[in-house]
Write a protein that binds this ligand. Structure first.
Ligand code: FEO
Length: 391
């Protein structure tokens, strides 16, 4: 891929990682991803915004073959998928300096061993002139790391946001024409890394709300010509009020828990509550994370294994606790063979989230009539609690 022009003297470059299927050895990438970099040629100075994952350094260097000089490399975020090629770019351009937030400087030295004398720090709101083009740096921290900033190009009204507004989506379209596909990929990305920092995301949205923006240019996935499309989506995802949705992550060993889940899904459906149900024996964790963005209630379905919850449930609850969704209510249903302490175990894991625990429904063996009645009661309670939420 060669440099692609976005506007006069502003170029899109970077690498499309079509085949990558896992990020951070954890996050599924069903649609691959991209590492976007941008080149801006001012009348006096040239700047590269972000680089690429170290595995794709050669792609970036080949794009820079005809670029004679780079004065600055703006590092919005130190994580290696954007900063990994900085050492190679610094080597190619011997007088280039890395521009980074004050918090990012030490991180850049720690993670990439960049010599201190090649780093310039900028404050929140600081301006850097490229001659006829002007960059304004806007701190947008905790888009999952603390040092992250964005760059606003004043004359062209483009904001470069790195992970913020990004999506793990490999496409050769500069702007995503399939809006629903972009929406899903961006929501997946928000859910996987930004959801725990929801209040910081709200602050960052507030911070950019008065900017006149014509294009949002993130460092993953396509750019946005219609900034409100993604800004409004973020406002919704990061809002404090969940939706009338129950998410049921479950697993079943001898079918008892599954019978309970199926009964509960029907009971919730009769009460006009949307349900998203995930069998944890074959779940896409990204999809589960996405469903948690809006969930008013989570009901965990688990059998008892060796006195505790099933290990797949432990994994899912660990992620739930780490992702800290805005979910207000949680309950547990399931069965056991002869005894156990699954509820106590799960309660002990929920250290990061503030929510109300609804009375669990645990049964010995196959569920009986009274057990199903208890599920009806649980559905009634959820319906009552959800009256305050929108659909
Ligand atoms: Fe795309 Fe946090 O790196």
């Amino acid at each position: 891929m060669k440099l692609r022009s976005i506007k006069d003297k502003i170029y899109f470059l970077g690498a499309i990682d079509w085949d990558r299927r896992l990020f951070d050895a954890l996050i599924p990438l069903p649609d691959g991803t991209s590492y976007n970099a941008y080149l801006i040629e001012g009348s006096e100075k040239t700047v590269l915004l972000d680089t690429v994952d170290p595995t794709m350094t050669n792609v970036l260097l080949s794009q820079l073959e005809d670029v004679k000089n780079i004065d600055y490399i703006v590092c919005h975020h130190v994580e290696q998928d954007h900063s990994g090629a900085i050492p190679s770019v610094l080597e190619k351009y011997g007088s280039a300096k890395v521009v980074i937030s004050t918090r990012g400087k030490d991180m850049l030295i720690d993670h990439l061993h960049i010599p201190e004398e090649r780093i310039i720090t900028v404050e929140d709101g600081e301006i850097l002139s490229l001659g006829d083009k002007t960059l304004k740096f806007i701190y947008t921290p905790w888009v999952h790391w603390p040092e992250t900033m964005s760059t606003y190009l004043l004359e062209d009204k483009i904001i470069f946001t790195c992970d913020f507004f990004g999506s793990h989506l490999a496409t050769n379209e500069l702007y995503g024409t399939d809006k629903s596909r972009v929406y899903e990929a961006a929501k997946r990305y928000y859910a996987e890394i930004m959801m725990p920092f929801r209040t910081n995301i709200q602050k960052n949205l507030e911070k950019i709300k008065d900017l006149d923006i014509s294009i949002i240019a993130p460092s993953h996935g396509p750019l946005y010509k219609d900034p409100n499309f993604i800004i409004d989506a973020y406002k919704d995802w990061a809002s404090d009020i969940p939706k009338n949705i129950v998410v049921i992550p479950y697993i079943s060993m001898h079918n008892s828990t599954k019978i309970m889940v199926e009964y509960l899904v029907s009971a919730l459906t009769e009460r006009d509550i949307k349900v998203e149900r995930f069998d944890l024996s074959s779940v896409d964790l990204g999809k589960l994370a996405m469903s948690l963005v809006d969930a008013g209630t989570v009901i965990i379905g688990t059998p008892t294994v060796l006195v505790g919850p099933h290990p797949n449930v432990v994994y899912a609850v660990y992620l739930f606790n780490a992702l800290r969704p805005k979910t207000r209510y949680l309950s547990v249903i399931g069965s056991y063979g002869w005894g156990g302490r699954a509820i106590e175990y799960l309660k002990g894991m929920l250290t990061n989230v503030k929510l109300e625990l609804l009375e669990p429904v645990l049964v010995k063996g196959l569920p009986k009539k009274d057990d199903l009645k208890a599920l009806d009661k649980l559905a009634d309670i959820v319906a009552e609690k959800h009256k305050e939420f929108s659909n």
